[in-house]
Structure formats: structure tokens, C-alpha cells
Design a protein around this ligand. Structure first.
Ligand code: AMP
Length: 396
């Protein structure tokens, strides 16, 4: 891997693609600084070597138009606080003024460019725009996992103008390592836990993952398509009838590949999709009409606990119940506790993709698992087995 540690930045200007797409409140205060903190080690490495850092990012969806609400100037002070260096700001990301600002940049200084997406060439992956960006630095560092699945100018195309001088930042390298640990080098038994709402959105992941894991837990709304396909009664539970054949095919493939699949045996069912609905625990394949499964039941959680505690490598994607409603969050919280326990016993645990990260943060498991991915879509595409363009561009 071309990591940042292989380069000495003394006297060099590092053009760093970071992901500072952070949430702002109505007064433009940053309400979650995780992404800025995540980029800090890379920036500090450049500065400590005696280099300077030019930070580029997008913020929100300005769709190629200037929009002062989405200006990165709002976050400049917060970035300064976190990095511990006063960050300068320039009101564009290409052009003469920007080139002047970067050429005057001294060792130890940091410059933040204006929102890349104020130019529609960014998302189009425009080569001329990428070339203009490339003029700003001597070395290109990609440290933005959240956009690594996009072939945008600043995430992918720009790399070709640095054939010898490009590398991954620490954050992106950590993401790549975490995915490799699960998909290639993880200690066995390897377990994937896939929850979430629909089989259709997870099918490519399931198919890719069957070659990599020893155990597969299927939970959440996906459960009912499998249960109905096997002849069970799922009442009003979420179910994709047109995916039932696919579900049977997945089970067949898993058997052929020696993957043990674990599906809920009981559920907490409700008589309405509502936190205050009446509830009862039912066998997963005997849910009468008028009832729907919204969380995993106690026997299921006991089974899942045994599998999780016996695993050495764990991937978790997707909640196993409707965790947004307090009365149906127990399954997802319990799962987090089991993974916490397994991690304490020495397992490597990775949480990533879509809503699982939200669930993990909401219930405070962030520091209890080995790694929480910073990229929803990028992680999903990695789990699907796709090579992300932002990563390929550094490796080329
Ligand atoms: P995904 O984005 O595919 O990971 O799906 C996450 C969503 O799945 C969350 O909003 C959960 O509320 C939902 N979910 C999990 N279990 C169920 C269930 N049994 N019925 C309906 N939705 C569910």
C-alpha cells in the first residue's frame, strides 16, 4: 500500500483530499467533528515533516453553484482548533488567486480551499478541472474514504497528474486495512452479520461475502423474505415476494460453500409499525396476519450470541430490528453488546455501511468495536467486492 509514511514532506506542498462534509447547525457551527478529527493525523504528519497542507473537500450538495450556506469558510475555525494550527482560507479551489495562495504557503502552514462542488466539473470528474487542482501541490494524498467510491475530479482523476507522488492518508489506509482484514486476511471463524430492511439492497454483498465467511447471520427486515421462501407464515412483516427465489438460491449457495447461515427463530412482533403497538414474542414462521416482526426474539439473540462469541473476525452491517423505535431496539443493542464482548475476547470487529454506523453511534458502541467505517456508500461498495475508483487511482 502506498502510505503516507513512505514520503518525507519536508519543503513539499501536500494536496490532501479530506472529507469535511460535516453537519452544520443553523448558525453554521459544526455539530459533529468526527470527520475533521479523523483527518488530523495525516495533516499533522505532513506538517511535522516540514511540509505544508492544502486541504480540499466538498460540503453538502451545491450542484455546481456557489452557495454561501455551503461554504467551507464556516468550518475553518473549527479545523484550526482541532489541528492546532491557524488554517487559512481561500474563496475558490482553482484559479489565479488560489495558485497565489498555495505558492506563498510556508512549511507548517495549512490552507483550506473552498467547496469543490461549487464547480460542477468536480462531480463530472472533469480532467481540465483536475489538472488545475493538481497545480496546487507537489504530492497528492487521498484521505477521504467517504467519497472513494466516486470517480470525481478531486478523489480520482487528479491522481493521474501525480504519477510518482501520490499516496493514501492514514484514514483511508485504515479503512482499506479493516476491509482486508474481514474480506481476506481475517482470523477464522469469520462472521458477517447482515441486517437492514431489504434483501434487494444487500444481495450483491451477500453473494460476494459467501466466499469469504464461515458464518452468516441474516437479521432485520430481510429475515421475512427468507422465512416465507421456506414456507413460513410472516403475517404483515416486511417481505419481498419477488426475491423469495433469490433467497432460496442464497441458502443453496451457502450450503455448497460450507457457510453456516443463522436466521432468527423467534421475533418480537407488533400489531402496528409503531413504538406503542401491542407486542408479543412469536416463532418467526408463525406470525399471523395483523402482526409484523420488528425485532429479534430472545431465543434468536441467544443463538446469535453463541455464534458471535465463537467468531474471531466479525463484520456488522445493518440493524437487526427497527432500532429507531425504542421498544424494538433491544435486538440491535444486544448484538452490539455481544460484539463488544467478542472484541474484548480478541476478535476483530468492523462495523460499516449505511445505518449500522448510526445505530452503533446512537447506542455508544463506537469505542467498543475494533473499527467503525467512516464511509456508508464506499463501505457498501467495498463489501460488494467492487474496486473503488479513488483507491484504484492511487494504486495505478
Ligand atoms: P438498511 O439501510 O438496509 O441497513 O436498513 C436499515 C433499516 O432497516 C432501519 O431503518 C431499520 O429500522 C430497518 N429494519 C430493521 N429491521 C426491520 C424489520 N424487522 N422491519 C422493518 N424494518 C426493519
Amino acid at each position: 500500500m502506498k502510505t503516507i509514511d513512505t514520503i518525507n514532506f519536508e519543503g513539499k506542498k501536500a494536496l490532501i483530499r479530506v472529507d469535511f462534509n460535516v453537519p452544520l447547525d443553523a448558525d453554521f457551527n459544526v455539530t459533529d467533528t468526527n470527520r475533521i478529527e479523523a483527518a488530523k493525523p495525516t495533516i499533522i504528519k505532513v506538517l511535522e515533516d516540514g511540509g505544508s497542507a492544502i486541504l480540499m473537500s466538498h460540503l453538502g450538495r451545491p450542484k455546481g453553484q456557489k452557495n454561501s450556506d455551503l461554504s467551507l469558510k464556516h468550518i475553518c475555525d473549527k479545523v484550526s482548533d482541532i489541528i492546532g494550527v491557524e488554517v487559512k482560507f481561500v474563496e475558490d479551489c482553482i484559479g489565479e488567486e488560489v495558485e497565489n495562495a498555495t505558492s506563498n504557503l510556508q512549511s507548517g502552514e495549512v490552507l483550506l480551499l473552498e467547496n469543490l462542488r461549487f464547480h460542477d466539473e468536480e462531480e463530472k470528474g472533469d480532467e481540465t478541472f483536475a489538472k488545475q487542482l493538481s497545480k496546487l501541490g507537489d504530492v497528492y494524498i487521498n484521505d477521504a474514504f467517504g467519497t472513494a467510491h466516486r470517480a470525481h475530479a478531486s478523489t480520482t482523476i487528479v491522481a493521474k497528474f501525480f504519477p510518482e507522488n501520490k499516496c493514501f492518508g492514514y484514514l483511508l489506509a485504515k479503512e482499506i486495512e479493516a476491509i482486508e482484514k474481514v474480506m481476506q486476511t481475517g482470523e477464522k471463524p469469520v462472521l458477517a452479520i447482515l441486517g437492514g430492511a431489504k434483501v434487494s439492497s444487500k444481495i450483491t454483498i451477500i453473494e460476494n461475502i459467501l466466499d469469504k465467511v464461515d458464518h452468516l447471520i441474516i437479521g432485520g427486515g430481510m429475515t421475512y423474505t427468507f422465512v416465507k421462501a421456506k414456507g413460513g407464515e410472516v403475517g404483515d412483516s416486511i417481505c419481498e415476494d419477488d426475491k423469495m427465489e433469490l433467497a432460496l438460491d442464497i441458502l443453496k449457495q451457502a450450503k455448497e460453500k460450507g457457510v453456516q447461515v443463522h436466521i432468527p427463530v423467534d421475533v418480537l412482533a407488533a400489531d402496528d409499525f409503531n413504538n406503542n403497538a401491542n407486542t408479543q414474542v412469536l416463532d418467526v414462521d408463525k406470525i399471523p396476519s395483523g402482526w409484523q416482526g420488528l425485532d429479534a426474539g430472545p431465543k434468536t439473540l441467544k443463538n446469535f450470541k453463541d455464534v458471535i462469541l465463537a467468531s474471531k473476525t466479525i463484520l456488522w452491517n445493518g440493524p437487526i430490528g427497527v432500532f429507531e423505535m425504542e421498544n424494538f431496539a433491544n435486538g440491535t443493542i444486544s448484538l452490539g453488546n455481544f460484539i463488544d464482548q467478542a472484541t474484548k475476547n480478541g476478535a476483530f470487529s468492523l462495523v460499516g455501511g449505511g445505518d449500522s454506523v448510526a445505530a452503533v453511534k446512537q447506542f455508544g458502541f463506537e469505542d467498543k468495536v475494533s473499527y467503525v467505517s467512516t464511509g456508508g456508500g464506499a463501505m457498501l461498495e467495498s463489501l460488494e467486492g467492487k474496486t473503488l475508483p479513488g483507491i484504484a487511482a492511487i494504486l495505478e
